[in-house]
Design a protein around this ligand. Structure first.
Ligand SMILES: NC(=O)c1ccc[n+]([C@@H]2O[C@H](COP(=O)([O-])OP(=O)(O)OC[C@H]3O[C@@H](n4cnc5c(N)ncnc54)[C@H](OP(=O)(O)O)[C@@H]3O)[C@@H](O)[C@H]2O)c1
Length: 240
């Protein structure tokens, strides 16, 4: 059984992934800000999920997490860099410094996590970065900081894959719309989101568990020959 680090584990795709990994018998270090949801996740994690409150917009929080866990969890077998934020949708020509937090959480935090983790990764460890179709195959004008941070994450993924020659694997997923709080907030609530999803190729968004299934595969040794790849997981959304 393996030990995995999952960020953004208190909700949506990260929560579904943490729970699936625990069900498969793995130990999960689950990061998030919401303590109540984090403790609840621990309770549902069959004794295998350990919650750590970490705000990824604060680099010293990330340093502290790695320092605090180095003795209890000296080896990591994989990471799901999942946490993300849209920031405030704004026209590209109006982007200000306030949007810098988007880049911090979506790009710099995964980068910092990988820099720390490479000292603890087991041979064959797998890193999966959660990017998006936005910034890869779709470019909504109001989401420039989000899209560019997710695009940068793809470059980070491929650069690290090339750097380590298969000693550790680095892949990215690009989900289409998923039924989570993040996407509800972008559409102005769940009802509006569900209505908009009627125009999805299959008439509805993904459930977080459908994305978790793909992530758990990429994290596992079953995906041992997949490295440096970007996998679009969108139910055909970008075909239309
Ligand atoms: N939903 C979609 O349609 C979609 C599509 C493509 C890609 N994605 C990507 O999927 C990832 C997960 O999003 P989701 O859809 O599952 O949304 P979600 O349910 O809202 O979950 C977002 C997670 O990110 C965490 N997070 C956000 N800012 C953080 C910060 N500063 N520090 C620590 N944790 C932070 C949240 O933790 P707390 O709640 O504890 O703060 C939460 O656990 C994101 O990277 C997103 O870009 C989503």
């Amino acid at each position: 059984m393996k030990t995995y680090l999952v960020t953004g584990a208190t909700s949506g795709i990260g929560e579904a992934t943490a729970l699936q990994l625990a069900q498969e018998g793995h130990t999960v270090l689950a990061l998030g800000r919401n303590e109540e949801r984090g403790r609840d996740l621990e309770r549902r994690g069959e004794g295998r999920i350990n919650f750590f409150p970490v705000d990824l917009s604060i680099p010293s929080d990330i340093n502290r997490f790695f320092e605090d866990t180095k003795e209890q969890f000296p080896t990591l077998d994989g990471i799901f860099n999942n946490a993300g934020t849209f920031g405030k949708p704004v026209a590209p020509e109006r982007v200000t410094d306030q949007q810098k937090e988007v880049f911090q959480v979506n790009y710099h935090a995964p980068e910092q996590i990988i820099q720390h983790a490479v000292k603890r990764l087991s041979r064959g460890a797998s890193i999966v970065n959660n990017s998006a179709i936005v910034g890869h195959v779709k470019f909504p004008a109001m989401l420039l900081p989000y899209a560019s941070s997710k695009s940068a994450l793809l470059t980070l993924t491929k650069t690290y894959a090339a750097r380590f020659h298969g000693k550790y694997r680095f892949n990215a997923i690009c989900p289409g719309p998923v039924d989570t709080k993040l996407s509800h907030s972008l559409y102005g609530g769940k009802d509006k989101f569900d209505l908009a999803m009627k125009h999805h190729l299959r008439g509805e968004a993904a459930q977080p568990s459908e994305i978790a299934e793909v992530v758990c595969f990429l994290l596992s040794d079953k995906a041992s020959y997949i490295n440096g790849q970007t996998l679009v997981v969108d139910g055909g959304y970008t075909l239309t």
